[in-house]
Design a protein around this ligand. Structure first.
Ligand code: NAD
Length: 305
């Protein structure tokens, strides 16, 4: 479902920093929607691809921020966002007062708050706006975007965000976007683990995994996760998508946040250890659907069609 126009948005320049699996298609959707983009990434190939689609190249995060009222970041984790925003040649050094940082990376909620406070000292605003939906929905512009920040800043950024997402929801103050994303990541990880355990059991007990999938997908056990991951698993396709390494990062942030606010996360901690075992086994770059390989190894059976 594409919903772009080629109307130009006069005088509105958006900076986009971080052109990876997600940032590349998200930035291209903003270009298709008619925004002027200035982009930056340490990966020159990624920059070349997005400039070929119509963006201008910035020399650094500082340079990008100096040219734009809205600056979007889509980076791996908290340390990357801190470095790009607060570090040398970073956003804070170049940004004009009144400009808005929209950090769409999934990072620790406490770090979102810390960065927003530093930006406020320079008269800048910030939203934390992580996403769910993975590369396919980033390409279609149908991500689910969960946002933290002031309502008036959210309202100003809504049009931009809606070019990348089918749902854009204000969840609360700064940090609330990333808290919501942690909830999302717990549910996704536990769902994949449950699916893996179940399909390995069914397969080793002699039932065709495809029959199991077809029989249960319309019932209470059916889910977006099951529909996305069961077909991949049965083909042995573990190409990311969403890498196990990134899910380890998200669950580490969830467990740390659980400690901060006083919530024990028993199931999350177990799946975290499964992810760690897969990483040690050299599978950190696999899609998180690869969680099934942990169960397959234990049970000595493969769930394949
Ligand atoms: P990625 O690793 O593919 O992309 C990150 C990009 O940031 C890379 O192009 C990298 O070169 C760039 N980068 C790193 N450090 C930089 C720096 N100092 N300056 C400039 N550029 C820098 O990651 P991704 O899969 O696109 O994920 C980005 C974020 O979105 C992560 O927080 C991830 O958890 C989240 N996310 C990913 C998915 C998914 O399916 N891939 C889904 C939802 C959310």
């Amino acid at each position: 479902m594409l919903k772009h126009t080629t109307r130009r948005h006069k005088n509105m320049k958006i900076g986009f920093i971080g052109l990876g699996i997600m940032g590349k298609p998200m930035s291209k959707n903003l270009l298709k929607a008619g925004y002027d983009l200035v982009v930056y990434d340490i990966n020159k190939e990624a920059v070349a691809e997005v400039t070929a689609a119509g963006a201008k190249e910035g020399r650094s995060a500082k340079d990008v921020a100096g040219q734009c009222e809205y600056i979007i970041t889509m980076l791996p984790n908290s340390p990357h966002v801190k470095a790009v925003v607060l570090g040398e040649n970073g956003v804070l050094e170049g940004a004009k007062p009144g400009s808005i940082l929209i950090d769409m990376s999934s990072i620790a909620p406490m770090v979102s708050k810390e960065i927003a406070a530093k930006l406020a000292e320079k008269g800048m605003e910030m939203l934390d706006a992580p996403v769910s939906g993975g590369e396919p929905k980033a390409i279609d512009g149908t991500l689910s975007i969960m946002v933290g920040g002031k309502k008036e800043v959210f309202d100003k950024c809504y049009d931009i965000l809606s070019k990348m997402g089918a749902s854009v929801v204000l969840c609360g103050e700064i940090g609330a976007g990333n808290i919501t994303k942690l909830a999302n990541q717990i549910i996704v990880a536990l769902n994949i683990a449950a699916m893996s355990e179940a399909l390995v059991l069914g397969t080793k007990a002699g039932v065709d995994p495809e029959a199991i999938y077809k029989a249960i997908r319309g019932g209470l056990a059916g889910s977006t996760v099951l529909d996305a991951k069961a077909p991949m698993v049965m083909k042995g396709n573990f190409k990311p998508g969403f890498r196990i390494d990134l899910h380890i990062k998200d669950l580490a942030n969830a467990i740390e946040t659980g400690r901060e606010v006083g919530v024990p996360l028993m199931l999350t901690s177990q799946v975290m250890e499964i992810l760690q075992a897969l990483k040690v086994d050299g599978k950190g770059q696999h899609d998180h659907g690869g969680i099934i390989q942990f169960y397959e190894k234990l049970a000595k059976v493969e769930v394949r069609k």
